[in-house]
Design a protein around this ligand. Sequence first.
Ligand SMILES: Nc1ncnc2c1ncn2[C@@H]1O[C@H](COP(=O)(O)OP(=O)(O)OP(=O)(O)O)[C@@H](O)[C@H]1O
Ligand SMILES: [Mg+2]
Length: 248
Amino acid sequence: MDEILQVKGITKRFDDIVVFENLNLTVKKGEVVVIVGPSGCGKSTFLRCLNALEDIQEGEITLDGESINRNKKDISRIREKIGMVFQSYDLFPHLTILQNITLAPVKVKKRPKAEAEKEALELLERVGLLSKKDNYPRQLSGGQKQRVAIVRALIMHPEILLFDEVTAALDPEMVKEVLDVVLSLAKEGRTMIIVTHEMQFARAAADRMIFIDGGRIVEEGKPKDFFENPKTERLQKFLQTFTYDDEK
Ligand SMILES: Nc1ncnc2c1ncn2[C@@H]1O[C@H](COP(=O)(O)OP(=O)(O)OP(=O)(O)O)[C@@H](O)[C@H]1O
Ligand SMILES: [Mg+2]
């Protein structure tokens, strides 16, 4: 498999806080990498560095061999190759669902409106929301809005998709409908980096699991080994926080 994303020795600091130091990660085309770790360990910051929403103090990030650098003139062109979905969906309230989805492909990518709409409708059908195309975001549930946010990323044909705790703000009954969509994307060979606290989902979606703690990658491996035989005590402890002791 080809390497598509290379993170080489990056260090991220906020003033005197070191979030991570000398972090390395290579992602292959079609690979699904799931990152877990305690709150505040830098998962969101890491994803934000990948599409240059944050600058880095040392090291280099390359996508498709091109350096990702916040100060680069053509950073917006490189950013178009990266689709990002966050916890908050940030849909435009005054636009319909269809308009929300077609805005960027038409305005940024200069695609013909009819063509963008056709693809938008196909994607909406895929996530089970075709009937909502003419509704406004306020008329949708959180889980529905998050699926629209995923469609909005997909229609840009990104080379890599980044997901940051996309279900963290949702009511429990809506979590599955969103994770099912993400899982189906993972299974069709897209390149993805997913940050999540949903461990069952992580195990089902990941080709490779990564555990970040204390500013570095503490452990990584295939999901089966990672969950069944964690090698480090820190990962063992972390995974225990997701299990319930029913022998009490
Ligand atoms: N803009 C900022 N300025 C200063 N410090 C920041 C900033 N953004 C994040 N941090 C700090 O960087 C560290 C990593 O934060 P980050 O949000 O990346 O963690 P996280 O792993 O995503 O946590 P969570 O699981 O709670 O989402 C934290 O200590 C946080 O306080
Ligand atoms: Mg976060």
